[in-house]
Ligand binder design. Structure first.
Ligand code: DGL
Length: 262
């Protein structure tokens, strides 16, 4: 099984993208809703949560783990790779690679949580792939709680987005990294506000593509899983009405959320 974790429902956008690309793979998802958002927490707390999440996924039989959360990947992916022997895929590498490939002007914007922006992980990756590119980053700490509340189309959400995106508009970027797996749910509004000429790079879709490439290169891992007759399961550390609605909306079907204390 492929284990996937996030602080909440945002990682389900990654799980859905994986399901679409690799429908034969059973998934095991954990959304740490009780401790969400991660992006405003210290690196120590985020790393601790990531260890607990990984232990849980492995205890359920995960043979590879996808960190479907930019805040977690930016903060703890190196530690997790040192401490666990299973393959660990994260959202950042593939997303940075894609942005560096598609930009024509080299002016790239990044929006994410405080933890992701503070880590400068995207700046480091982009600079390594495309030296000299100009990067404008903006932390958007209010967006994850708005998404988790299912406030996707509210006037207040549009106003907050306008405020966050204003500095990026002024810098005339041609590419914008959605550096948080909750943000694809606001993709339409973000595109409207930033302008049609700016190409959005969705870290959820890129993470799924990266996982598929990894499994294609390591067929022994993927083929074991393809024979796995277990069903995908979705666990959360807390569950509320808006979370259930969002999960159902992301997958376009009713998702059974199992509450568990990890
Ligand atoms: N989806 C997570 C991310 O990609 C949200 C982080 C949070 O909980 O702050 O960063």
């Amino acid at each position: 099984m492929i284990g996937i974790f996030d602080s909440g429902v945002g990682g389900m956008t990654v799980a859905k993208a994986i399901e679409d690309l690799c429908p034969q793979l059973p998934l095991i998802y954990f959304g740490d809703i009780a401790r969400s958002p991660y992006g405003s927490k210290s690196p120590e707390v985020i790393t601790d949560c990531c260890r607990r999440n990984t232990d849980f996924l492995l205890s359920q039989g995960a043979e590879a783990v996808v960190i479907a959360c930019n805040s977690a990947a930016a903060t703890a992916s190196a530690t997790l790779r040192q401490q666990y022997s299973v393959p660990i895929i994260d959202v950042v590498a593939a997303t940075a690679e894609k942005a560096a490939t598609v930009t024509t002007t080299g002016k790239i914007g990044i929006i994410g949580t405080r933890a992701t922006i503070r880590s400068q992980v995207y700046e480091q990756r982009l600079e390594a792939i495309r030296p000299g590119c100009r990067i404008v980053s903006q932390a958007c700490p209010l967006l994850v709680p708005l998404v988790e509340e299912d406030w996707l189309d509210k006037r207040e959400t549009k106003m907050i987005l306008r405020r966050y995106l204003h500095p990026l508009r002024q810098q005339q970027i041609d590419t914008l990294i959605l550096g948080c797996t909750h943000y694809p749910l606001l993709g339409g509004l973000i595109q409207e506000r930033i302008g049609r000429r700016v190409r959005l790079i969705d870290s959820s879709a890129e993470a799924a593509r990266h996982l598929k490439e990894f499994l294609d290169k390591n067929p022994e891992i993927g083929s074991n899983m393809a024979d796995d007759s277990r069903q995908s399961r979705f666990f959360v550390s807390d569950s509320t009405g808006p979370v259930q609605q969002l999960a159902d909306r992301i997958f376009g079907r009713s998702i059974h959320l199992e509450k568990i204390d990890v």
